[in-house]
Write a protein that binds this ligand. Structure first.
Ligand code: NAD
Length: 340
């Protein structure tokens, strides 16, 4: 049986890392039928929308997607296609594990954190306007009980399913008394239903400092949308950077897997960036599909290639200009060889 999966290459360096991930996934021996769908600025020119309906229909029909990053202009232009996919399909939980991979240069050892980011509301709800054009802009940060409850529940269920120990709710309820006040109140209420799981909360600024100083104190962090976006780049930094940070967007019976990083457009078409984040996002997809053994094989091969340090991209070398760094596809080939 082959899994039918929506494949969105994305743009910038997206197509390169997604190609690498596709090849590694195929090398597991598991059958995939790729339903390739395009979205982004080029599609906007051809179709008048950066996110054609058939992309969403394809994910709905297949239930699973693997996605490359898509570029969004700063300040102007269309709203993020990445955010739109999450919102339109109600992929409410953005799961971003940050785990030390031996061999990846980092200031820390033994980091093992998971950021659970609310993916559909908060400051990303897109409720913005100019009360005085050119002079004042207003963005509404919508937080609801229902969406706070389901993301916090997701975090607690994740802890139970993966035999982890603790949930930390991240907020700014000292200042944002209404919106984050509601998020924190709901988190506390939900925590009462999980007496077997430790629960605590942290104010987001303090959370950032504590993660930098003593990441070993934390386990699973549940965050409203914007804090989750920022904190997950921070946790990616703790384990070696965006090149190695995978992610998943999970909803009710639908899931789209994508690296945490963006389209790194300055490297587009150069076969240069690290495919690890996309490949490990593929491994998260294998786990979601119930293919645990294949996922472990991929993760082991990635770890071995990185630990050996020979066939790795520039960002994993001590000197970023090291001429022995290999390209995106060559690193993927080394991972495939290891799996064999
Ligand atoms: P970025 O993640 O593209 O790049 C940030 C830094 O990390 C850059 O120095 C880049 O070179 C490096 N980097 C990123 N991926 C890497 C990889 N695989 N290997 C090695 N180094 C890597 O973030 P940005 O520059 O802020 O954003 C670029 C574009 O991507 C923007 O248009 C943004 O909107 C978009 N973006 C998309 C997504 C998504 O599709 N989910 C996420 C974040 C940003």
């Amino acid at each position: 049986m082959a899994y039918r999966v929506t494949l969105i290459p994305g743009d910038g360096t997206g197509p390169e890392v997604i190609e690498a991930a596709r090849r590694v996934l195929e090398a597991t021996g598991i059958g995939f039928e790729w339903d390739v769908q395009r979205a982004g600025a080029e599609v906007l020119k051809e179709r008048g929308t950066p996110l054609p309906q058939e992309v969403l229909d394809s994910i709905r029909a297949n239930g699973v997607g693997l996605k490359g990053p898509i570029t969004t202009a700063l300040g102007t232009g269309f709203r993020s296609v990445n955010v739109a996919i999450r919102q339109r399909l109600d992929l409410y939980a953005n799961l971003r594990p940050a785990k030390t991979i031996p061999g990846v240069r980092s200031r820390y050892d033994n980091v093992d954190l998971v950021v659970v980011r609310e993916n559909t509301e908060g400051l990303y709800a897109g409720i913005e306007h100019y009360p005085i054009p050119g002079e004042a802009a207003e963005s509404i940060r919508l937080i609801t009980r229902a969406k706070s409850e389901r993301i916090v529940r997701f975090a607690f269920d994740y802890v139970r399913r993966h035999e982890r120990r603790k949930v930390t709710a991240v907020h700014k309820a000292n200042v944002l008394k209404f919106s984050d006040g509601l998020f924190l109140q709901v988190a506390r209420e939900v925590s009462d239903e999980y007496p077997d799981v430790e629960f605590e909360d942290r104010i987001v600024d303090n959370m950032c400092m504590q993660l930098v100083q003593k990441p070993e104190l934390y386990d699973v962090l549940v965050c409203p949308n914007l804090y989750g976006d920022i904190v997950s780049d921070l946790t990616a930094g703790l384990v070696g950077g965006l090149g190695v940070a995978p992610g998943a967007n999970i909803g009710h019976r639908l899931a789209v897997f994508e690296p945490v990083h963006g389209s790194a457009p300055k490297y587009a078409g150069q076969n240069r960036v690290n495919p690890t984040a996309a490949i490990l996002s593929g491994a998260l997809m294998l786990r979601y599909l119930g293919e645990k053994e294949a996922a472990e094989r991929v993760e082991r091969a990635v770890a071995e290639v990185i630990a050996e340090g020979k066939y790795v991209t520039y960002d994993l070398k001590e000197d970023r200009d090291d001429p022995t760094a290999v390209g995106t596809q060559e690193m993927a080939e080394a991972i495939i060889s290891r799996m064999k």
